[in-house]
Design a protein around this ligand. Sequence first.
Ligand SMILES: CC(C)(COP(=O)(O)OP(=O)(O)OC[C@H]1O[C@@H](n2cnc3c(N)ncnc32)[C@H](O)[C@@H]1OP(=O)(O)O)[C@@H](O)C(=O)NCCC(=O)NCCS
Length: 139
Amino acid sequence: MDAILKIEHASFRKDAYDRNLFADFYHKCGDLFLVAGGTRRISGYMLTCTRSRGGSPMAQVVSLAVAPGARRAGVASALMESTLRRLRRRRVKRLSLAVKVTNRAAIAFYRKYGFQPLRSLPRYYEDGKDAWLMVRDLT
Ligand SMILES: CC(C)(COP(=O)(O)OP(=O)(O)OC[C@H]1O[C@@H](n2cnc3c(N)ncnc32)[C@H](O)[C@@H]1OP(=O)(O)O)[C@@H](O)C(=O)NCCC(=O)NCCS
């Protein structure tokens, strides 16, 4: 958890989730809380939660971050591919996420994985910046 919080703070600063929130998500969505790296060094993580909407299982990326020194080496890609495989096995129909409109790296990453912006979420972040709600069908 310490290593995850360090990456979270390095990545999101004031928007970073705290220990309690991670613990809460771990209890609710622990089976889709994926960590990249070995026991000695964690290089990134991806946390996804599922829910049922109108009888159809949907999923949302809650957090994805890679340690600054480990970026552009395919870590997030490995986490995303593993998550997508698990979601398909569960017959999840759609994966969504919110990303800050100024976060070019993440938007480029999500676009590469077939996510499309659906609509903007005004003043979604504490600093007043908007988010894009991005979605990808898994069917
Ligand atoms: C976005 C993030 C998770 C990507 O992680 P990563 O491990 O570096 O990503 P990958 O190496 O798997 O990149 C896969 C592809 O995504 C795209 N991409 C990733 N980072 C990029 C960048 N900085 N600029 C442009 N495209 C980028 C590229 O197409 C890349 O493929 P390539 O390296 O062959 O060109 C990472 O930059 C990060 O942790 N950022 C801070 C936290 C964050 O913004 N999380 C998302 C919040 S919604």
